[in-house]
Design a protein around this ligand. Structure first.
Ligand SMILES: [Zn+2]
Length: 144
């Protein structure tokens, strides 16, 4: 994985300490945090950090293509530092969004009917550039 400073330089982003800390934390995080959650994770080690800076940084990262915004039904957005195409599952109990294991996500995507996709393109006179699927689930309580 390319280090954050090199990625920022390549994307012509200024390497401020706060930006680097926020992006590093977002990259390590598996739950696709909201801006507030990310703020609470980084704030203890960075007293001067404000929530406004977190929002501004996340906007900047999304514009630079280093992160993506994931809208949720309650209107808050979650953020993902993985901008490659991958499948998400939203856990209803906790609201968190998790990545579906890549191999399983690929297998599911392969099952999508090319015939139907082509029909959608023809019928709606559009070109489909990508597919974004979000699964919705809840924690399963399996017995021992
Ligand atoms: Zn993700």
């Amino acid at each position: 994985m390319m280090n954050t400073r090199d990625l920022f330089i390549r994307s012509s982003l200024r390497c401020t300490t706060q930006r680097v800390a926020l992006f590093d934390t977002l990259r390590k995080c598996k739950s696709h945090p909201t801006a507030e959650e990310l703020f609470r994770m980084v704030k203890p080690g960075m007293v001067s950090l404000s929530l406004a800076t977190v929002y501004n940084t996340l906007d900047t990262l999304c514009e630079a293509g280093l992160a993506q915004k994931l809208p949720t039904p309650n209107g808050t957005c979650r953020y993902d530092a993985n901008t490659s195409e991958h499948l998400h599952i939203r856990i209803k109990d906790t609201g968190e969004i998790r990545d579906v294991p890549e191999e399983l996500g690929c297998r599911l995507m392969e099952q999508l009917s090319k015939t139907v996709l082509n029909e959608i393109e023809r019928e709606m006179d559009i070109t489909i550039d990508g597919v974004s699927i979000q699964l919705i689930g809840r924690k399963a309580y399996t017995r021992l």
